[in-house]
Write a protein that binds this ligand. Structure first.
Ligand code: AMP
Length: 418
């Protein structure tokens, strides 16, 4: 397998799939540029090695070409971070894209317009009426898959080598994230973001220092079942907090008031408890929680045992005493994985528990504990609270990270490795 650090980019045009799916406000200003900053080392490596760049990405979920999701809005940010002017092809399949890429000189950069302006990128039919027959659906799928081959081939024709640095979309078998790799059998590689994501997650999954503790929070048990079960093979302790804990509490006969609960997942919750026992994993819940009489920052609050929540009240955050319990477990661990906030951190009043967890992780990181934070909302939480650079690694790929943790083979990784 080629490695970006060993590859000779001299005179080569590298087509790089990055994840520039950044949030923009109504004035098209970037509100969080983490993903652009993350890709810069890979892009600079190609330029410093004497190559040129064709950058491709998606932005949002457009159904076709639209100004709102144009990558032109982020050109100034890329130029500023890369320290060079860049060219822009307003249609990733257009003659301009072909012409400019053909004539790229070392050090030059071309940005292709949003790949998802074409349905071919994802390879899914668009605009089908809901009431069409299965046959029509099947024919539309077959048609788009055929068109996708042409789309992929054309993208590949722009370049001499391919780099995938978009971990956030590595769980998708799209044209630019997986299919294109076959056109570069000896000239395909991971970028630094992909490399470091894989190394960081493998450090937890494959070669962790024990004891290993997973801290899981967030809203739904149903979205975490896969990882919970996979993690039982790896972890010594699992702390379950956030909204999803109440399904476990209720399943065991606790009173949870109007707390978040997935009634249809209770049986599964009980089977998870059994599995934890069988695998010798110690489970930790909130003994006490902060409850509120309304889902609002202005609500009245009090602290009560998590299985004795009165009617009309709901669990909103981990309490101080729970955090203290969890802190003992965390401080005795050598490897920690954190996914999902332990309270409704979007509201200041209920962000206390999540903030404390972030601070404890930052502290143990200083003492040499490996701390990996990943999955959409916990990343937002540590970033918002100023702890992102104080933990060992923050994974940028939400869905991709969860699937990798579940032990699934990600198409974007497989395409480079095979
Ligand atoms: P997830 O995407 O599953 O990681 O869930 C993240 C969401 O869980 C965040 O929006 C939190 O506000 C929410 N959350 C965490 N704790 C609670 C809770 N006790 N009640 C309701 N929502 C919660």
């Amino acid at each position: 397998m080629q490695k970006i650090d060993n590859y000779d980019f001299t005179g080569k045009r590298a087509i790089v799939r990055v994840d520039f799916n950044v949030p923009l406000n109504e004035q098209f200003q970037i509100t969080d540029d983490t993903r652009i900053r993350a890709a810069i080392p890979t892009l600079k490596k190609v330029l410093a090695g004497g190559g040129s760049l064709i950058i491709m990405s998606h932005l949002g979920r457009p159904k076709g070409p639209t100004d709102k999701y144009s990558l032109k809005h982020i050109i100034p940010a890329i130029e500023e971070k890369l320290g060079t002017r860049i060219k822009f092809a307003p249609d990733c399949m257009g003659t301009e894209a072909e012409e400019i890429s053909k004539n790229l000189k070392p050090g030059e950069v071309l940005l292709l317009e949003n790949l998802r302006f074409y349905a071919e990128e994802e390879g899914k039919p668009r605009g089908l009426a809901e009431d069409v027959t299965e046959e029509v659906k099947k024919a539309a799928k077959a048609e788009i898959k055929e068109k996708q081959k042409e789309f992929t081939k054309r993208l590949a024709s722009y370049a001499d080598c391919y780099i995938n640095d978009a971990f956030g979309t590595a769980h998708r078998a799209h044209a630019s994230t997986a299919l294109i790799a076959k056109y570069f059998p000896n000239d395909k590689m991971f970028g630094y973001v992909m490399e470091s994501e894989i190394v960081a997650i493998d450090k937890v999954l494959k070669t962790p220092a024990h004891p290993v503790t997973a801290i899981l929070g967030g809203a739904k048990v149903s979205s975490k079942i896969g990882i919970i079960e996979k993690l039982f093979d790896v972890v010594d302790n699992m702390i379950i907090g956030g909204g999803m804990a109440y399904t476990f509490v209720k399943a065991q006969g606790g009173k949870i008031g109007k707390s978040l609960c997935e009634d249809d997942q209770m049986e599964l919750a009980l089977s998870i408890l059994e599995k934890a026992k069988a695998k010798n994993v110690k489970l930790f819940y909130s003994g006490e929680v902060v409850i509120a009489d309304d889902f609002s920052n202005d609500a009245n609050t009090k602290v009560c045992p998590s299985n004795e929540i009165p009617d009309g009240w709901e669990g909103m955050d981990a309490s101080e005493s729970s955090i203290k319990e969890w802190e003992k477990v965390i401080r005795a661990s050598k490897t920690i994985l954190w996914n999902g906030p332990v309270g409704v951190f979007e509201m200041e009043k209920f962000a206390v528990g999540t903030k404390k967890i972030a601070a404890i992780l930052a502290d143990v990181t200083k003492e040499g504990v490996f701390t990996l934070v990943g999955g959409g909302d916990s990343v937002a939480a540590v970033t918002q609270m100023g702890f992102a650079d104080k933990v060992s690694y923050v994974s940028t790929g939400g869905g991709a990270m969860l699937e990798y943790l579940e032990g699934l083979e990600l198409p974007g990784i497989k395409a480079i490795k095979e």
